[in-house]
Design a protein around this ligand. Structure first.
Ligand SMILES: [Zn+2]
Length: 333
């Protein structure tokens, strides 16, 4: 085992709509007569899963589109929620935060944002009592679609804050929505009692990370690769105790860094930053969380102590109440 068995295993950064099983894509497509590039598992898999580094971010869009395409109705949204939780259990995960963009999920088949969010929350609530994994939901405001659809997503998050949604995330293509457009969205999310995480420094520099922390007041940053060459920004993350949700394989596949050896994880850990290890879009990356723990040891070269630190950082920066966090630790004792 590459993770530490005495520390809760958590994944704080996983897109539910980027981790639809290939089997499920095939099954839903057959049920609803949807066109696919292939109709058996092995031929379909390379159309869904990344098999080598991508030339561009855009090269991944057809893969996301296949997952989006099979979300034909609210039942399909419920199904992938449950399956994501089942997958977390088979990976040995104790606690997972699943994030989703209801606008993205409903886009192709014209499902409404509130309806998708309700379906996901219903499935989550049903599974919470039945499945042996703790979980929370993060609702994405996708900057790719602009501030108006983010407003609708924000309203859905606020309406479901007592039904599993604990946070919002500003995600999507950074260049398509500058952070300053979303200051008000983020402020209102915080005022509504929701936590805030922001994808920043994926393909943009330290400035985007600084803005996420200083102007949008993010508690955690997704990726933050752009901060790795800027000591002042790393100091800022350290001083404010901002969590970094690191997703190593995704960072390499999407060419945020050239190779695993270039990953800033060891340097961030040495600086005492609250960086954790997560999966991003495991269904598209063709990975799971145990794989990422193997990568950080074998490819990035983290020591035992560094792995312990990163794993514990995940627990520390999870969007849990103090009571829930203690319960998570107690379950490992
Ligand atoms: Zn992400």
């Amino acid at each position: 085992m590459y993770s530490c068995p005495d520390i809760p295993l958590v994944d704080l950064h996983r897109h539910m709509d980027g981790s639809v099983r290939v089997e499920t894509i095939l099954d839903l497509a057959k049920q609803h007569n949807l066109e696919l590039p292939a109709y058996d598992l092995e031929s379909l898999r390379p159309h869904v899963v990344i098999t080598e580094k991508l030339d561009s971010l855009e090269a991944s869009f057809p893969k996301f589109a296949l997952m989006q395409k099979v979300l034909v109705d609210y039942d399909a949204c419920r199904r992938i929620t449950i399956e994501n939780l089942e997958d977390a259990i088979s990976e040995g995960i104790d606690y997972i935060e699943l994030r989703f963009s209801p606008f993205f999920m409903g886009e192709i088949h014209d499902l409404d944002v509130m309806g998708v969010t309700s379906a996901v929350c219903e499935a989550w609530a049903e599974a919470r009592d039945r499945l042996p994994v703790k979980s929370k939901l993060i609702l994405i405001m996708s900057r790719t679609y602009g501030p108006e659809s983010c407003e609708v997503e924000l309203q859905a998050a606020i309406a479901h804050r007592d039904r599993g949604v604990v946070a919002v995330d500003l995600a999507g293509v950074e260049s398509m929505g500058r952070g300053n457009v979303f200051v008000d969205h983020c402020r209102r999310a915080r005022e509504a009692g929701l936590h805030l995480t922001i994808h920043a420094g994926e393909w943009s520099g330290a400035q985007s990370v600084r803005q996420a922390v200083l102007e949008l007041e993010a508690e955690r940053i997704g990726h933050a690769i752009g901060a790795a060459n800027d000591p002042a920004t790393m100091d800022l993350l350290g001083e404010r105790g901002v969590g970094i949700e690191s997703c190593p394989t995704s960072n390499v596949q999407f060419k945020m860094i050239p190779t695993f050896k270039d990953h800033p994880l060891p340097m961030w850990l040495d600086r005492g930053l609250l960086v954790s290890i997560n999966t991003d879009d495991p269904g598209i990356s063709g990975i799971d969380l145990p794989h990422e723990y193997r990568m950080v040891r074998e490819e990035i070269g983290l020591t035992d102590d560094q792995v312990r630190q990163a794993q514990a950082n995940g627990v520390k920066t999870a969007f849990l109440t103090d009571e829930e966090r203690e319960a998570l630790w107690a379950a490992k004792a």
